[in-house]
Design a protein around this ligand. Structure first.
Ligand code: E4P
Length: 217
């Protein structure tokens, strides 16, 4: 399973990219605002230079023609982007046009299997079921990931599933087990996945034993 970083903070991406575990990045208007990004093009350009997989950038318009216009503008930058389109009827009209133009799309704000299925039919490159936000309201977010993975496999659908709205490492592991192609993970969650207290204790013990050996020579 691939891992995308769910952030627009370039310093975080720059810090974690060298670990070799970050394949792509997803942004949204809230994340860009949080990162204080005013020069969106400059930020997306820099992020694209740090990862291999597409960087998701979201449209603001609500009508298909507005979304298509924004998507064409983003794709005229000639960067490796996927245009994030909200899961609405208008959104899918836009996806249908953009997919025929070869523009990659990531249909966002997916909360049900039926929404994911329609987005894939419209030609989405990626679909993003929001696991955490569903769990927050006592629904099972992972169930949507699991169902979509099952259905896409049966029909040989190429749309890739991004498990989004990830809250903790178990969400990542369970998304992998449920068949998500990608999990988009906030920096804090990814950083916590590197660590285990027994690893720290083990390193400390090896180092102190090694030091003892040197001193006994
Ligand atoms: C990514 O594509 C989504 O925009 C993001 O994962 C949403 O996460 P949140 O539910 O924590 O805002």
């Amino acid at each position: 399973m691939q891992i995308f970083l769910d952030t627009a903070k370039i310093d975080e991406i720059r810090k974690l990219a060298p670990t070799g575990v970050v394949d792509g990045v997803t942004t949204n208007p809230s994340l860009l605002a949080k990162a204080g990004c005013k020069d969106i093009k400059g930020a997306i350009k820099e992020i694209c230079s740090l990862v291999k997989e597409p960087v998701s950038v979201e449209v603001i318009g609500t009508m298909a023609d507005q979304m298509i216009k924004e998507a064409r503008e983003y794709s005229s930058w000639k960067l490796n982007t996927a245009i994030k389109i909200p899961m609405t009827e208008e959104g899918l009209k836009a996806v249908s046009v953009l997919s025929k133009e070869g523009i990659k799309t990531n249909v966002t704000l997916i909360f049900s299997t039926s929404q994911g299925l329609l987005a894939a039919k419209a030609g989405a490159t990626f679909v993003s079921p929001f696991v955490g936000r569903l769990d927050d309201i006592s629904h099972n977010g992972l169930e949507v990931v699991r169902d979509l993975a099952h259905i896409f496999k049966i029909y040989g659908i190429n749309t890739r599933i991004i498990a989004a709205s990830i809250r903790h490492p178990i969400h990542v592991v369970e998304s992998a087990k449920a068949g998500a192609h990608i999990a988009t993970v906030p920096t804090k969650v990814l950083e916590s996945m590197f660590r285990h207290p027994l690893t720290d204790i083990g390193i400390e013990k090896f180092l102190s034993d090694w030091k003892g050996l040197q001193e006994s020579k």
